[in-house]
Write a protein that binds this ligand. Structure first.
Ligand code: C2E
Ligand code: MG
Ligand code: MG
Ligand code: MG
Length: 282
């Protein structure tokens, strides 16, 4: 197309688009080397039992500190990793690191704590995924029952039979499964009935509605909790930032809370200080 317009003419000459595209290409290039250059690391966000306010687990959240661009948001680089297929090796590194870290946390805080790990659709298309996870669980000696994988509705309710089979294989290892960002995608009651889900994570969007006084958001939250309870599925609320949100959720029988109101995602060293403190005083 550009050719037809003559040699020195470019149809994408808006510098904004150009810079955006160039930056994206450079970032993607850098992402290929991120693992080898040790630029990736994990943050951990505590998950709190609503009733007792105890820490019962952590979500592992991937971070990237690039030499050239500094800290890059997961909302930017995770889609790049998915498009390039890099999410497969990166995802395995995340899984292994999170399992190792859980062992370290458990050695400080001798209670039943869990680790939640996000998985992308691209990872679940890998026919070897369950075996690879099984091997990591063995190598790290992280108990499968203390590991949870987080998938979105679009994955859990995916029509692709191989994806579904891989999920079942992972579940059979003893790992539990949670549905992330619940309520923002497409869910089917049939699948909720037949698929072995352990936990639903109510999306932050509904939680925000509690503070803005949205009767509809609050009705949806109550209904999700009711359906989950009736199916024997636990419920966690994401993005809880205020006391008001926390109290509403606790009073409506939400089991687990995750959000800035209690803790932000933090480096392992900070988690270890908190756990040491808890171990000492309990
Ligand atoms: P997510 O799995 O839904 O993770 C929750 C996000 O909400 C995290 O953003 C977390 O930092 C943020 N958050 C937690 N509490 C609060 C709160 O009280 N208020 C607000 N406003 N935000 C809160 P983060 O770390 O930027 O991650 C964004 C997304 O990137 C994740 O959403 C997940 O979809 C993806 N992601 C992160 N790590 C991984 C990974 O290791 N593998 C894969 N496949 N995806 C990942
Ligand atoms: Mg998640
Ligand atoms: Mg989420
Ligand atoms: Mg999300």
């Amino acid at each position: 197309l550009a050719k037809n317009k003559g040699k020195n003419q470019c149809i994408y000459c808006s510098s904004d688009i150009k810079n955006g595209t160039v930056k994206k290409m450079k970032l993607t290039n850098n992402l290929y080397r991120a693992l080898d250059k040790n630029e990736l690391f994990l943050y951990y966000q505590p998950q709190i039992k609503a009733e007792t306010q105890e820490i019962i687990g952590f979500e592992a959240l991937l971070r990237w500190n690039n030499e050239e661009y500094g800290i890059v948001s997961p909302d930017v680089f995770i889609p790049m990793a998915e498009q390039t297929g890099l999410i497969r090796p990166i995802g395995l590194w995340v899984f292994k690191t999170a399992c190792e870290q859980l062992k370290a946390f458990q050695s400080i805080y001798n209670k039943d704590i869990c680790m939640s790990i996000n998985l992308s659709l691209e990872q679940l298309k890998d026919t070897g995924i369950a075996d690879k996870i099984s091997k990591i669980l063995e190598d790290t000696e992280a108990g499968a029952k203390n590991i949870q994988i987080e998938i979105t509705e679009s994955i859990a309710f995916n029509e692709d039979h191989s994806v579904l089979q891989h999920l079942k294989d992972i579940k059979n290892l003893g790992v539990s499964i949670s549905i992330d960002d619940f309520g923002t995608g497409f869910s089917s009651f049939t699948r909720l009935k037949t698929f072995p889900i352990d936990l639903i994570k109510i999306d932050i969007d509904f939680v925000r509605g509690i503070s803005s006084g949205s009767q509809k958001d609050m009705a949806i939250i109550r209904s999700i909790i009711q359906i989950a309870k009736n199916l024997g599925i636990d419920v966690l609320a994401e993005g809880v930032e205020t006391e008001e949100q926390f109290k509403f959720l606790r009073d409506n029988q939400c089991d687990i809370i995750q959000g800035f109101y209690f803790y932000k995602p933090m480096p392992a060293s900070e988690v270890e200080s908190i756990l040491s403190f808890l171990a000492f005083y309990h």
